[in-house]
Design a binder for this molecule. Structure first.
Ligand code: HEC
Ligand code: HEC
Ligand code: HEC
Ligand code: HEC
Ligand code: HEC
Length: 224
């Protein structure tokens, strides 16, 4: 028996995923079944944030999307369709977290001089260091500063163990003890290494624990 053609395989594959896709699109709009559909709970700080705040709707009704996908399978349309909801993007985060004082704005890292650095850490997107539906507040490594600050030289360095020394010792886990990443916490960097926040407090924070930098913050996320 001859093998089915590529197009037949694509049509069969479409028929197989359609019920799930339509169900998922429907379920995202129904509060009572939303939580069961998600991969895991939101981080505590996002309690009350609606699914659609991050999962923006794609254009068209479910019926139009199905029709467009059928056209794609039949070769009448160039690109496949995002069913119901588009991939989460930084724009959705920035709608609530835009901060004029941002120390490391993601757009800066689209410059060509950061091409090598963004291979190590995807600093052009919030999702390079954060995610959702699991407990971690920050998914990046606490050593992430290494990707960009290898030639760090602070003029009139006020710290008792200079930045040049810290870098030479590859003490990258010290950085977050004295600096937050976004510069959004209202605190002053200490000048003595002994006063730095302990590494385990930062690690626990990344895993979903208490924020060791404390309040106030200069900008709070927009309330849901
Ligand atoms: C604060 C932002 C945010 C909120 C709120 C949110 N999500 Fe998500 N969701 C994400 C991110 C980030 C991912 C990872 C996949 C991605 O990058 O698109 C994701 C992934 C998913 C996935 C897997 C999709 C896939 O393509 O793998 C489902 C299903 C999902 N979310 C459902 C929900 C539901 C249901 C709710 C409401 C209870 C919700 N989400 C609320 C950010 C969010
Ligand atoms: C509807 C508004 C809204 C959206 C959309 C949103 N957030 Fe938040 N986020 C908040 C609020 C409110 C808080 C709690 C106040 C604060 O910590 O600033 C928060 C807190 C956080 C925290 C700190 C958690 C902690 O425990 O310290 C992180 C990290 C975060 N958001 C990342 C993101 C990312 C990444 C996205 C996009 C995937 C996103 N947020 C989308 C409103 C939002
Ligand atoms: C290169 C990694 C990286 C990227 C990219 C990144 N973050 Fe963060 N983020 C961190 C780290 C590390 C922390 C913990 C230290 C701190 O609080 O600044 C953090 C903390 C936060 C917090 C809690 C503290 C605060 O500033 O209120 C929020 C909210 C947040 N990030 C939102 C975002 C959003 C929104 C984006 C995209 C516009 C983003 N982050 C991109 C690494 C990153
Ligand atoms: C993707 C590259 C990248 C990563 C990763 C990165 N930085 Fe930076 N950082 C920069 C750039 C670029 C500047 C701006 C330097 C300038 O303006 O001369 C900067 C500036 C800073 C400043 C000075 C901000 C100011 O107000 O002058 C501090 C402090 C800082 N970074 C700390 C950190 C810490 C701590 C980490 C790790 C958690 C880190 N950075 C990770 C690229 C990065
Ligand atoms: C003991 C605390 C401490 C540690 C550890 C530390 N710093 Fe600093 N850092 C400071 C202080 C204090 C300044 C002076 C400016 C200020 O007060 O913010 C500074 C300045 C800087 C600046 C320049 C800011 C500017 O305004 O020009 C950068 C960039 C920086 N640090 C990055 C890092 C990185 C990357 C690491 C990890 C290798 C690190 N720091 C470790 C305390 C610390």
């Amino acid at each position: 028996m001859a093998l089915p053609s590529a197009r037949v395989v694509r049509i069969l594959a479409l028929l197989a995923v359609l019920p799930t896709a339509v169900w998922a699109g429907f379920a995202l709009t129904q509060a009572n079944i939303q939580t069961s559909l998600a991969h895991g709970p939101l981080i505590a700080a996002h309690d009350g944030v609606a699914c659609v705040a991050c999962h923006s709707k794609t254009p068209g009704t479910v019926r139009q999307q199905v029709q467009a996908q059928v056209r794609y399978v039949l070769g009448l349309r160039e690109t496949p369709v995002d069913f119901g909801y588009a991939a989460v993007q930084s724009d959705q985060c920035l709608a609530c977290h835009a901060r004029p004082n941002e120390r490391h704005p993601i757009y800066r890292f689209r410059e060509p001089r950061f091409a090598a650095a963004v291979q190590k850490v995807e600093a052009r997107s919030c999702l390079g260091c954060h995610s959702e539906h699991h407990p971690q507040t920050v998914t990046a490594s606490p050593m992430v500063c290494q990707a960009c600050h290898g030639d760090l030289l602070v003029k009139n360095d006020p710290v008792d163990v200079s930045h040049v020394t810290l870098v030479a010792q590859e003490n990258w886990s010290s950085c977050l003890g004295c600096h937050d990443f976004h510069g959004n916490h209202a605190f002053k960097a200490p000048r003595k290494l002994a006063k730095a926040l302990p590494e385990n407090a930062i690690w626990a924070y990344f895993q979903g624990g208490a924020d060791p930098y404390g309040h106030p913050k200069l900008y709070e996320g927009k309330a849901p």
